[in-house]
Design a binder for this molecule. Structure first.
Ligand SMILES: [Fe+2]
Length: 263
């Protein structure tokens, strides 16, 4: 049986992130025989939020499902878009009544795949409990399919690892986003859930988590607010490729990827 191949792309940051994604996605899809592409796009618009035009562009260039996190509301015009377009997720554990949805079921290679977006609460706004919301969402999704990929958008390594173990055996993968530094701890947990603490950044290499480094240094030196801008120059795409047994939903493997683009 052919395994289902899912490519998860780490946080697309500003114009460099969009450039590296557009440059590599078509060949990655072919080279890795990708069936589904999930990308976190909450920093796509100059590092803060995503616009309807950018979101439409991602869907047009081969992204199947977009996930987000704490920056999803930074561009006000996204609210009108997110209520109509279920392929852009906001974290599922926002309080009831918040626009948009936190999960979606899409078809890939003939199989139903659930994608769930959650957000941590350590060093981030205190929204509803991601663990309890995951219980509800995963139970609902599993009624329709055993193939479920979770984007856990969180600052703390511990909260992401805890979510990986919490959902082990119930979902195909838990991938962390938000910290913009790719971690080298990818593995398949004993219950069959692929896990990585952070997918990394798809954006400028010579930066402080995507931001122009001098601006970031200045803020640390002075403690004063300044306007952050995406760094320029060389860009890197980061993420993981996950192979899933489509009958059981168990992950067979997870592999990190990085692709560099010259300035
Ligand atoms: Fe974030």
């Amino acid at each position: 049986m052919k395994l289902l191949t899912v490519l998860c792309i780490g946080d697309v940051f500003g114009e460099p992130g969009r450039r590296v994604l557009a440059s590599f996605l078509p060949r990655l899809r072919a080279e890795l025989e990708v069936d589904l592409v999930i990308a976190n796009v909450e920093n796509a618009a100059a590092g803060f939020g995503v616009t309807p035009a950018l979101a439409r562009g991602f869907l047009g260039t081969g992204v199947d499902v977009m996930t987000s996190g704490n920056h999803v509301w930074d561009r006000k015009e996204i609210i009108e878009y997110i209520v109509k377009e279920n392929l852009l997720l906001r974290p599922a554990n926002y309080p009831a009544g918040v626009p948009g949805v936190g999960s979606v079921v899409v078809k890939a290679a003939g199989y139903q795949v659930g994608v769930l977006n959650l957000q941590g609460r350590v060093f981030l706004p205190a929204i509803d409990c991601p663990f309890l919301r995951a219980d509800d969402e995963v139970a609902r999704l599993r009624a329709g399919t055993p193939i479920i990929v979770v984007d856990m958008h969180a600052e703390a390594t511990s909260e992401k690892q805890a979510m990986g173990w919490y959902l082990d055996g119930r979902v195909s993968a838990v991938v962390g986003t938000h910290s913009h530094v790719q971690t080298a701890d990818e593995r398949v947990l004993p219950g069959g859930t692929a896990y990585v603490t952070d997918l990394g950044l798809s954006g400028p290499i010579d930066s402080v988590i995507g931001v122009e480094k001098d601006l970031a240094i200045q803020r640390f030196l002075t403690g004063m607010p300044n306007r952050f801008e995406p760094a320029k120059g060389r860009a890197r795409l980061q993420g993981v490729v996950i192979r899933i047994d489509p009958e059981s939903g168990r992950a067979a493997g997870i592999e990190r990827i990085q692709r560099d683009l010259a300035a």
